[in-house]
Design a protein around this ligand. Structure first.
Ligand SMILES: Cc1ncc(COP(=O)(O)O)c(C=O)c1O
Length: 486
């Protein structure tokens, strides 16, 4: 595996992310007519999670479980060792976790949120507070499920949508100390650092910041937990943006970061381009505290709810995070998408982060009241006019407070995920083109209201409907401008 990132300059001077892989298995896509896309939205409750892939052209809802797998991952899946206990596939995953993440004790879990459930079950109780740089939906849901609360402790810069700050995911160190003093260390079972803030633009933190968080954790004797689901790309941006690491290899950057944490957990759906998850640590006491919960919630200790084939793919996929030519692909496409959209006047979260490109729906649709789910409406409108499925990351993804009141999100974003090595550059150009058109016609977009609101993680299964006939108006304008184009 090549460890050297091969940067290719174009004679034309254009900055184009050149793919250092080729597609050998492809999946046919369909771009259905706009009238069918409206029907699909109605059937799916104007929630992009309710859509069927047969109606979707580019599926940019997530990178979770949708990154392209490598030939070596697929090959490894064929030698999987089917055994309930003592599977050698699991031994290979353990070895990869130790080599890549630097932790010798592994607790397998069927995906990232299952790891969060185990951690919350073991350590969170009523009155516990978990300080973190920013929450993720499933993390918060599990912590509140066990009676705890969270505090989000970012610097003000993190909330500036259009910024050039390289590390908007950094933990605010003053706020962290203040939080510990206010709640007392006894009520803080762990501090959580999320490698790249999923909900507000996929923004990384620096190693310098993580070291400082570690020092505070040591000072107050609190455990540090690292959510490493997006660790590969966070480490890649550390290499690009943190001078100390410009000449360091991916393996060393990742190890430098995981070495600073007592517990590392991950969604393998993201980290290793496969499906599964796990928790790992070098602390035997922690391992023993968590161990009984694996058979209770997940399955036996040598598979944890995962298929052995996926376990093999995880093992190979973990090593592949060291390959700079692989790991740079998604962030470079995101950068290309964000810069092209910004050049057209589409407001985007900057600097470009990881996981996806984030459109500032509030900046585009300031005429929609915040109670009418601005980013949700923009996500539905964007699917309608493009066939591209993104994910709402705004107030709809928030959970209500304990009194049932809406809590409005810091940002109203449409996240357009760019899974590793899945899309082509012309597809990215199409996304930019349709974003440009929708931004110019944004006055036609209206709000949404719930017709069914589930009590937990409502953004997944919730059903909504448009307020007014704005989808029909958008279709009319689309036909005017594009004629019979799909
Ligand atoms: C940062 C982060 N943590 C945890 C999770 C949960 O992982 P999973 O979807 O595998 O349950 C995700 C998933 O998107 C994530 O992005």
């Amino acid at each position: 595996m090549s460890n050297n990132y091969q940067k290719v300059k174009f004679f034309s001077g254009e900055n184009i992310p050149l793919e250092l892989h080729k597609a050998r298995i492809v999946q046919k896509l369909f771009l259905v007519p706009i009238e069918r896309r409206l029907e699909a939205l109605k059937e799916g409750g104007f929630n992009t999670f309710g859509l069927q892939t047969t109606d979707i052209f580019l599926d940019m809802i997530t990178d979770s479980g949708t990154n392209a797998m490598s030939d070596n991952q697929l090959a490894a899946m064929m030698r999987a060792d089917d055994a309930y206990a003592g599977s050698q596939s699991y031994v290979r995953m353990q070895k990869a976790v130790e080599d890549v993440l630097g932790k010798k004790y592994l607790l397998p879990a069927h995906q990232g949120r299952a790891a969060e459930n185990i951690l919350a079950c073991a350590y969170v109780k009523k009155g516990s507070v978990i300080p973190m740089n920013y929450h993720f939906t499933t993390t918060l849901a599990h912590i509140t499920q066990y009676g705890g609360g969270i505090e989000e402790l970012l610097y003000d810069e993190a909330y500036v949508i259009n910024s050039s700050h390289p590390f908007k995911g950094n933990m605010n160190l003053e706020k962290l100390e203040d939080c510990i003093k206010r709640h007392s260390a006894a009520n803080i079972p762990f501090i959580r650092m999320e490698a790249s803030t999923n909900l507000i633009g996929g923004q990384p933190f620096s190693v310098e910041n993580l070291r400082a968080v570690r020092a505070i954790a040591d000072k107050y004797n609190i455990r540090l937990v690292l959510d490493a689901s997006l660790m590969g790309e966070n480490a890649w941006l550390v290499k690009q943006r943190e001078p100390e690491f410009h000449h360091t290899g991916m393996a060393d950057i990742i190890r430098t970061m995981t070495n600073l944490a007592d517990i590392v957990y991950f969604s393998a759906r993201k980290l290793s381009s496969s499906r599964g998850g796990g928790i790992c640590t070098n602390d035997l006491k922690v391992y023993k505290e968590l161990e009984p919960l694996v058979p209770l919630f997940e399955g036996f200790l040598t598979y944890g709810g995962m298929s052995v084939r996926e376990i093999e793919a995880i093992a190979v996929g973990l090593y592949e995070t060291w390959d700079e030519n692989m790991i740079c692909q998604s962030p470079q496409y995101i950068e290309y998408l964000v810069n092209s959209a910004v050049a057209k006047g589409v407001p985007m979260v900057t600097p470009p982060g990881v996981l996806g490109a984030h459109v500032n729906a509030r900046g585009i649709c300031s005429h929609i009241p915040k109670t009418q789910y601005i980013a949700g409406a923009f996500a539905a409108a964007f699917f309608l006019i493009s066939g591209v499925r993104g994910m709402e990351r705004g107030s709809l993804s928030n959970q209500r407070d304990e009194y049932g009141n809406e809590t409005f999100a810091d940002m109203e974003l449409l996240r357009l995920a760019v899974p590793r090595r899945v899309f082509t550059l012309s597809q990215i150009k199409y996304v930019v083109d349709r974003l440009d058109w929708l931004t110019q016609n944004s006055r036609l977009i209206g709000g949404l209201k719930f017709v069914y609101e589930p009590p937990v993680l409502r953004f997944f299964m919730g059903r909504l409907e448009p307020i007014g006939d704005w989808p029909q108006k958008l279709i009319a304008k689309f036909k005017e401008d594009f004629g019979d184009s799909l």
